[in-house]
Design a protein around this ligand. Structure first.
Ligand code: GLN
Length: 202
């Protein structure tokens, strides 16, 4: 496989960790913060952080519409935590006026685990990644409330309120509620680069 070039949206959040995870997997990654850079990449990563801040900064940097277009045109994108929120067509618990790029036909609930526990870790059975389980680090994380017919649920977490998807994909888009970029396990990045980026655009 020739080396993939991955842009990691570098406006706010833990973009450095995503860059290292991609590099540890042997691919090239750089911090993306200019619209022209979208034409240089095979895939985009939206990091964890604060989804309202990232969306506002994307507007200020004239990146909001170009990223939306990148997604609409079939670009491969992985979003973790705040990045998952940014890929959701609809957000519960959104801040007033909060917008997302959208692309995945799902509703996510921001800070969903907050009522029970702000941050926690859990072993995750991830469809398509052989055991041992993936270590899920959840930090004021969203969960998925609703998925459309074309969305594939890859992992779920059970709470006292039932079972909730925490990893989903649709076409060339992948989203996780948790943060593999801050663990030593780069199998989610490997999955993204092998299984999702490799899909045809249609
Ligand atoms: N709670 C944050 C938000 O709503 C996401 C947290 C995270 O990315 N760790 O944007």
């Amino acid at each position: 496989m020739s080396q993939l070039v991955v842009g990691v949206l570098s406006l706010q959040g833990d973009f450095r960790e995503h860059i290292s995870s991609v590099e540890r997997y042997g691919q090239r990654a750089f911090g993306l913060n200019r619209r022209e850079q979208l034409s240089e990449i095979d895939a985009l990563i939206l990091p964890g952080g604060e989804s309202t801040t990232i969306a506002k900064l994307a507007k200020a940097f004239d990146l909001f519409e170009p990223i939306k277009k990148f997604i609409e045109e079939g670009g491969a994108v992985y979003g973790s935590c705040a990045g998952m929120i940014l890929l959701a067509d609809s957000i519960e618990g959104a801040a007033v006026g909060q917008e997302s790029f959208g692309g995945i036909d799902m509703t996510v609930r921001r800070n969903a685990f907050g009522r029970q526990v702000d941050s926690f870790e859990s072993d995750i059975d991830f469809q398509g990644i052989p055991l041992p389980p993936v270590r899920g680090v959840f930090i004021r994380a969203p969960w998925v409330e609703r998925v459309g017919a074309h969305v594939q649920v890859l992992a779920e977490v059970s709470t006292s309120e039932g079972s909730h998807p925490v990893a989903v994909s649709q076409g060339r888009l992948l989203a996780t509620s948790f943060h593999p970029e801050i663990t030593e396990d780069f199998r989610i990045h490997e999955y993204f680069l092998n299984e999702i980026v490799g899909k045809s655009t249609r």
